[in-house]
Design a protein around this ligand. Structure first.
Ligand code: NAP
Ligand code: GDD
Length: 395
């Protein structure tokens, strides 16, 4: 009987099986999905699949031949904009290569949903990317940030343990350079002491340590990627780089007058998100479970990002004044295009972050400078110029 089942699953189209499973409610889905491992495809579960990193990671894992599952949280409007192409594009629907993504409703604040999803999928790898990820917003919703980012990580680890998957399922935890906060040494590496400066940073510090604790207590392959800022054309629009690239595109095409900014002196080690998700995967493929700093090793001010982004659109900026009186002026027209608005200041700021990616380069063979800083700015501005152009054309 079992032999016949094996032959059955090998012969018929896997996508068809999934479609059947999703339409049959009265059967034990987990048992059927377990049988699919016979086919030998690795299964990954991504929390935060609808976010910037989750969407790039889903693409990357599909290309690697993974069966990709994602946790989707309920929202009153569509929150799948970054992954819709993974349903509709031809290469994903190429059933012969068995590539697709599967979404499951769940939430980091709801243990039962995490247990149910993990039990059903029995993943080989979990990428825990879901988080309230905005530092400034974490000052406004500190308790929710702790629930999702700190206790949420515990819920994920505990779900794996409760289900007895400690030896099967590897877990990647999305840790952050915000742990270093008020930096204790420059550059920051794996051994640099933490000093978080926001409810977000503090919540992520819990996430870091509970991941390490589960690794040491239960022998789980549970690891932290301490990622420095990484940006892209899919970055949320309230993070500084995307706010700038979108404003540049709107100002250049006459649909915005001015850009209001917070701390212009702040310095960040900015990389390209697409390069960073590759490293998440590499960390989970390493022989031993270890934590890694992922960064470019280069730091720039917010002001430099602005100057370069406007230059990419053909606008040269001259800076005048200091602090809240600082202004960015269009050299060609004398128009003030950038001003400082203190409402964007944070109760406590992380002034500078600079990572040392030596360990990732040496042990994983990861290249931290695949996308140099000017190239990153160019990708973002060009993307947003096109986006605004289309928006104007469709009006
Ligand atoms: P992002 O774009 O803000 O995406 C966050 C994801 O988490 C979204 O899919 C979001 O869903 C989901 N999410 C939020 N709260 C949730 C909840 N309660 N339950 C389930 N899902 C929830 O963030 P990102 O830039 O991709 O970053 C990914 C992860 O890396 C985050 O944990 C972030 O803190 C961390 N990190 C990011 C950076 C960076 O520079 N990007 C650096 C270091 C670490 P919706 O789409 O529905 O909002
Ligand atoms: N968002 C924003 N908006 N930031 C501004 C602005 C503004 O108008 N003006 C200046 N900044 C400064 C912020 O004060 C901060 O020092 C810097 O620009 C970067 O801000 P964000 O882009 O919001 O990112 P972040 O560094 O606070 O946090 C991001 O990176 C972390 C890794 O270091 C997020 O992605 C976090 O989730 C991530 O952990």
């Amino acid at each position: 009987m079992f032999f016949l089942l094996v032959v059955f699953f090998l012969l018929i189209d896997k996508q068809l099986i999934f479609a059947l499973i999703n339409n049959i409610v009265d059967i034990d889905k987990s048992k059927i999905i377990n049988k699919l491992t016979i086919i030998g495809m690795k299964k990954a579960l991504i929390s935060g699949i609808t976010g910037q990193d989750g969407s790039f990671l889903a693409e990357f894992l599909l290309q690697k031949g993974y069966e990709v599952h994602g946790i989707l949280r309920r929202s009153s409007s569509f929150n799948t904009g970054r992954i819709e192409h993974l349903y509709f594009e031809e290469w994903v629907r190429d059933m012969k290569q068995q590539r697709t993504i599967n979404l499951h409703y769940g939430d980091m604040t709801d243990s039962s949903s995490l247990i149910r999803i993990i039990q059903q999928i029995q993943p080989d790898e979990i990428y825990n990317l879901a988080a309230q990820s905005h530092v400034k917003v974490s000052f406004d919703v500190p308790e929710y940030t702790a629930e999702a980012d700190a206790v949420g990580t515990l819920r994920m680890l505990e779900a794996v343990r409760i289900l007895g998957l400690e030896k099967k399922t590897k877990i990647y935890q999305a840790s952050t350079s915000e742990l270093f906060g008020l930096v204790q040494e420059v550059p920051q590496k794996e051994t640099t002491p933490f000093y978080p400066r926001s409810p977000y940073g503090v919540a992520k510090q819990y996430g870091f340590w509970i991941t390490k604790n589960y690794r040491e207590s239960y022998g789980m392959f549970a690891v932290n990627g301490i990622l420095f800022n990484h940006e892209s054309e899919r970055r949320g629009e309230t993070f500084v780089t995307r706010k700038i690239s979108l404003a540049v595109a709107r100002i250049k095409q006459g649909v915005q007058d001015k850009l209001y900014m917070g701390n212009m002196d702040s310095q960040r080690d900015w990389g390209y998100a697409k390069d960073y998700v590759e490293c998440m995967w590499m960390i989970l493929q390493h022989d031993t479970p270890e934590d890694f700093v992922i960064a470019t090793g280069e730091m720039h001010t917010v002001r430099e990002f602005c100057t370069l982004a406007f230059k990419e659109a053909g606008i040269e900026i001259r800076w005048e004044g200091k602090g809240v009186d600082e202004k960015g002026i269009d050299v060609a027209t004398g128009r003030v295009l950038i001003e400082v608005d203190p409402k964007y200041f944070r109760p406590s700021e992380v002034e500078q972050l600079l990572g040392d990616p030596t360990k990732a380069r040496t042990l994983l063979g990861w290249n931290p400078t695949q996308t140099p800083f000017p190239e990153l700015v160019k990708i973002m501005v060009q993307h947003d110029m096109e986006k605004v152009r289309k928006m104007i054309a469709n009006k």
